[in-house]
Write a protein that binds this ligand. Structure first.
Ligand SMILES: *Cc1c(COP(=O)(O)O)cnc(C)c1O
Length: 370
């Protein structure tokens, strides 16, 4: 029987599976599976969303003038070089669809963000995953993997799920080693949480690359607490901005999301408090887990990667957490089946995780054989 068929690359996509939010039969759930900010929705953003309910019949401003101006003012960037998206995921996929495609290659780090592989496969690119060193992107390996068909290199910095970071000189070395016509996309979803001084989210490299071959993407889903609103942005040179404005939907960001984003940017002290909390509790969570005998990879994000050494042990640890209503992220899809990624929640939530995993470790390795 004949039936409509999508392009073959579409059926090669392994759909993204988001962090779980429910455990059957458990009432109080602590969701630490999607790296959402620990402090919930910024109050000003919640009020802005409510106020927008009266304007729901109006189309949003397709040019996102007010939001781009607010982002530009906050980060010291030219609003004309900013494009907003329905989550940064949308912008990442549009970039890959626009610059990649059948017959091209997309290069990414082995444990890089899964959406790159999904969008790359969808676009028809050959996706090349480059082995890492110490769960950190390897600049020499990435450069060696680039061939004549390579059009895009995707780098999350800091990376999710490993938490690792490339310092600014390494990212600059990556750019310098790429052909001019290869687009380097720097996904800085976790930029605000970074405490290392040798970091640049990517804007400086965008400015230093007039050929228009560097893009930085950012999101409102993490430190700004608006994951449910779907709001992200890209900063790029005019040629890339032009491409994104051609391929995005004319009203790709909804009015409530824009109002929420503007309000979140204006929330006094929000980022400072969130980052201070994250810096403190990321360290306390990592130390607590290490004291329990668990390997924890260094992280510059709002999450830690706990390494249990073996898939069965990680599954057992996940079960022990779930028994207490704690939902974290299993890492099989990222090729790290011995690990769990744990979002830095409130102090109370982090303490619950430490206690649950310490008890799990005390119970011994019988938990998790086979
Ligand atoms: C969370 C995350 C994003 C953000 O996606 P949105 O679509 O903006 O919610 C992008 N990249 C990475 C690496 C992430 O972890």
């Amino acid at each position: 029987m004949a039936a409509p068929k999508p392009r073959p690359s579409i059926l090669a996509v392994e759909p993204y599976v988001g962090g779980e939010s429910k455990i059957p039969g458990v009432n109080r759930i602590v969701k630490l599976s999607s790296n959402e900010g620990a402090f919930g929705t910024p109050p000003g953003a919640a009020a802005a969303i409510a106020a927008m309910a009266q304007e729901a019949h109006r189309y949003p401003d397709g040019g996102a003038q007010a939001l781009r101006a607010a982002i530009g003012a906050r980060f010291g960037l030219d609003p004309a070089r900013i494009v907003v998206g329905n989550g940064s995921d949308e912008l990442l996929a549009l970039l890959i669809l626009a610059y990649g495609g059948e017959g091209t290659e997309l290069v990414m780090s082995a444990h890089g963000f899964l959406m790159y592989e999904i969008a790359g496969t969808w676009a028809g690119c050959r996706v090349i995953k480059v082995p890492e060193r110490n769960l950190t992107a390897d600049v020499d390996g990435l450069l060696a993997a680039v061939g004549p068909r390579t059009r895009i290199v995707m780098l999350a910095n800091p990376n999710n799920p490993t938490g690792s970071l490339l310092p600014a000189p390494e990212v600059a070395r990556l750019r310098a080693g790429l052909r001019e016509d290869v687009l380097l996309v720097l996904d800085a979803a976790y930029a605000e949480y970074v405490t290392r001084p040798d970091y640049d989210p990517g804007a400086a490299l965008v400015d230093a690359s007039p050929a228009g071959n560097v893009v930085m993407t950012r999101t409102f889903s993490k430190v700004f607490g608006l994951g449910g609103m779907r709001l992200g942005w890209a900063y790029a040179q005019p040629p890339v901005v032009d491409v994104l404005n051609r391929v995005r939907g004319p009203f790709n960001v909804n009015a409530a999301a824009m109002a929420a984003g503007i309000a979140a940017l204006a929330e006094p002290g929000w980022v400072e408090r969130s980052v201070a909390h994250n810096t403190e509790w990321r360290a306390r969570l990592a130390e607590g887990l290490r004291a329990a005998g668990i390997t924890v990879w260094p992280s510059e994000g709002n999450f830690v990667l706990a390494d249990f050494g073996a898939p069965a042990r990680a599954r057992a640890a996940d079960e022990a957490l779930r028994a207490r209503g704690l939902i974290v992220r299993a890492m099989g899809a990222y090729g790290l089946p011995g690990c769990l990624r744990i979002t830095v929640g409130t102090g109370e939530e982090c303490t619950m995780v430490i206690e649950a995993l310490a008890a799990f470790m005390r119970a011994g390795p019988a938990h998790g054989r086979g």
